[in-house]
Design a protein around this ligand. Sequence first.
Ligand SMILES: [Zn+2]
Length: 239
Amino acid sequence: MRKKISILLVSVLFSLLTSSVSHSELSKVIRVVDGDTIVVDYLGKKEKVRLIGVDTPETVDPRRPVQAYGKEASDFSKKMLTGKKVRLAFDWNKRDKFGRVLAYINLPSDQVKDAPGCMVKSGNEFDFNASLISCGYGHAYTRFPFAKMEEHRELERKARTSKRGLWASEESSGKLSGPAGQKQETLVGIGFVASRDSNKFHRTTCQWAQKISSKNKVRFFTREEAVKAGYKPCGICKP
Ligand SMILES: [Zn+2]
């Protein structure tokens, strides 16, 4: 009996995960909060929308310094989305616990002039969530399940291999180089970070450090504190 119920639950969950609901009506983007969060006029209501399956470096949390590449990601979303009419598509969960709408943003291509070649197009629309990852403005956010998880992972792999955007200086051993170099300089000296999911600690400028979600992030002022807490230095940024 219990087995039957769990099979039923799994199949229901699977069908929910594989069918994303899209709306044909267009919603105007009122403003871009940061790379992965926007405010739209959705069905006559002003709604904050968190883009599904992508995480861009933070820029606006006043408690944290601007993360490297956060501004570039935010500027890209501002340039591509502000004032545009977009189509929202939903996954299995329409809102998060903060009440924000969770959506894929489809941007009709006729509203975009000179789109970079890294953007992901499906029919006559750009898949903006996928484009952020593909262009190296953010990474696949896989903490919660979503229908396009594998696609987003694959796009991230390609962006890293092609060293696009935030992956540009991944192999430069924490040196201040690449397009994020200027931003990184302002971060030097504010300590070290580690993830609750790993045993490594990093310089804040390390590309791997920037991948740690804010929920998993642990901060240390000194190297000694990190070592004492049981973390080992990252082989890439050599803290
Ligand atoms: Zn590192």
